[in-house]
Design a protein around this ligand. Sequence first.
Ligand SMILES: [Zn+2]
Ligand SMILES: [Zn+2]
Length: 337
Amino acid sequence: MTAPGVVKIVEAEVPEPNSNQVQINVKRIGICGSDVHVWHGAHPFTSYPVIQGHEYCGIVSKIGADVTDICVGQLVTALPQEVCGECVPCRRGNWHLCDNLKVRGFQAPGCAQDYFVTEIDKVIVLPESFTLEQGAFIEPLAVASHSTSRAGLLRGANIAVIGAGTIGNFVGQMAQAKGAKVLIGDVSETRLGVARACGLEHVFNPEVDHLSKAADSVFGSEGLDIVFDCAGAQLSLDAAISSVNKGGTVLIVAVFDQKPQVDMAVVCESELNIIGTMMYHHNDYQQAVESLVAGDVKTTPLESEHFTLEEFQSAYEFIDQRASESMKVFIDLDSQL
Ligand SMILES: [Zn+2]
Ligand SMILES: [Zn+2]
């Protein structure tokens, strides 16, 4: 992407892996909301030109001399985080909070290329039984794994998820798999239909019912313990803070375009916990893989549309036109050396 809204396909040398890298023949890329922000020139931490792509899978096509536990031909995905390893968060193992974090597809070159080279410690081997789409879904599933793990004990908890796009859907499914009773809301009936198809039976449309009313009808006097804001708007945050139980928890999973106002009087009076979440750890990728292997999370209902690499621009135009009717849009790559 040379400028917001401008995608160019260029010929490039096939990158060679150094001793501790692997070369991946990329097969599937998922486009997510953050990519769309870059397409619109509305991503605060991205400059142009940038090679996009951070949700993907592919086949290992070459390995470096020191790589021992990955083989050519294996289906893999990889974490897109490039970290310094030296700052305080890195030294404490919180690589996702690295002071010098660069995310591939935003501040470092992403995977939207036929051949992509990445460090061995970022690579996750996927089961052979996985579809290419499942492989590309591991990244957003890892977001759901991380945010649900930050919510505390979910077994027996009454939770609501605001926003039923890919991330909200996966948060709902993972929370349900961890034993929570889940209510999920979205203004798009299409996304609510996808949520139902994934086994999330309690849905609401915030344009019809307020969160507190929907929670009343599902949870009764027990109320709502935890809210995941996967929408990122003033209205969703207000609804979360005003509807959650006293002593309850609000997790911020979405990216807010604009700084919201927070009713701190209610936060204090009700002793609410407001928790931020940032991407994922390495083990969230493993958890994401395990949740698919175990059948805890359904992904097929989320698959919307496929485009080729050459049609990358059309894929964004499709998303712009049909945002509320589409879930995950994929780029299919089919080249082979
Ligand atoms: Zn993403
Ligand atoms: Zn660091």
